[in-house]
Design a binder for this molecule. Structure first.
Ligand code: DAH
Length: 337
């Protein structure tokens, strides 16, 4: 029996030496009611009176020994688990951080904002108008009656016979003059639509920025000064502007306005296609018919207006030679601005 008890002790020691030993299973196996030690104690009845206390004492000692060994092992397993957890969850505060990607404005939105800021600096306020517009505001009130040839160059998308997607921001001029008495000094940026096929310089959706000033004694000199200030702020202090006679139904006189090429300074280069000048907008003195249609007396008031493409200004400013880049949302392109 003595040997049997020592065997049990040795077996327990061997089992407990495994790092992943299942302690509860071992406790049941060696110390449980149906365990190996209990089985030995049950056989004590057969021992002699002298042997019994000796074996009893040894059995108790082995029990205590195994109990202690299991408790020690439990401690060891606990601290090993903690050490592993600490290692796994270690945070190296000296590692370089992850820089979060910060978004930014689309180049068109940025240029539109720059344009707005320039005109706000000259005392203009921003007015918005509907993109779904009446034929009346988009054409008729702007002195473009039905069958006028100017409609050809601004063919657009019709919702009904007299409701369309606006082909220009100029209708906001009329909407503003109907609601507000002079002095008026507004700009109106926004989307416009034309039934054009997509190519390097056309898109069925693009953006314009309209300007309108109406007051007593407004002259073409005011228009020139305003556009010169805009051009110098947008393209650089040395920029010159040039007015070329043109025709728009809603202004008289009308002009197309060029800026001197800010790349070559007027000598001629790739950007200005050898011209030295780049066309940036249309402008003129508000036509008396347009004023009259809004109940503003052209003998008392005069005004100027201008309209330009946000895409065009963006492409000139950044030397972008294909408009489609602006709509493809390729971050490799957009990241450059
Ligand atoms: N609406 C014109 C266009 O889309 C641009 C324009 C020209 C606007 C002259 C104006 C202007 O206000 O006076 O082509």
């Amino acid at each position: 029996m003595k040997e049997k008890l020592e065997q049990i002790r040795a077996a327990a020691v061997a089992e407990l030496s495994a790092p992943e030993a299942d302690l509860e299973a071992l406790r049941i196996r060696f110390l449980g009611k149906k365990g190996e030690l209990t089985a030995v104690l049950r056989g004590m009845g057969q021992l002699t009176a002298e042997e019994r206390p000796v074996i009893g004492a040894l059995a108790n000692e082995v029990r205590e020994y195994i109990e202690n060994a299991i408790a020690e092992k439990a401690e060891a397993q606990k601290s090993a688990a903690l050490a592993k957890k600490l290692l796994d969850e270690r945070l190296d505060v000296t590692m370089p951080g992850k820089v979060p990607e910060v978004g930014k404005r689309h180049p068109l939105a940025q240029v539109q904002k720059d344009m707005e800021d320039i005109f706000i600096g000259m005392g203009f306020s921003i007015v918005e108008g509907p993109e779904v517009e009446y034929d009346y505001y988009n054409f008729q009130a702007l002195n473009i009656p039905e069958n006028h040839p100017a409609r050809d160059t601004q063919d657009t998308f019709y919702i009904t016979e007299n409701i369309l997607l606006r082909s220009q921001t100029s209708p906001v001029q009329v909407r503003t003059m109907e609601k507000q008495r002079p002095p008026i000094r507004i700009i109106s940026p926004g989307r416009v639509y034309r039934s054009d096929a997509v190519d390097a310089s056309h898109s069925p959706l693009f953006h314009q920025l309209e300007g309108l000033v109406v007051d007593k004694g407004i002259t073409m000199g005011d228009l020139k000064g305003t556009l010169e200030t805009f051009a110098k702020t947008m393209f650089g202090e040395q920029t010159q502007i040039r007015f070329r006679p043109h025709h728009f139904p809603f202004t008289e006189p009308s002009a197309e306005v060029d800026v001197s090429c800010f790349v070559c300074g007027g000598k001629g280069c790739k950007l200005c296609k050898g011209e030295g000048w780049i066309e940036i907008l249309g402008a003129g003195m508000v036509h008396p018919n347009v004023l009259r249609g809004c109940n503003i007396d052209p003998d008392e008031y005069s005004g100027f207006a201008f309209g330009m493409g946000v895409e065009r200004i963006t492409m000139i400013k950044y030397g972008i030679d294909d408009m489609r880049y602006l709509y493809e949302n390729d971050v490799r392109f957009l990241d450059q601005f």
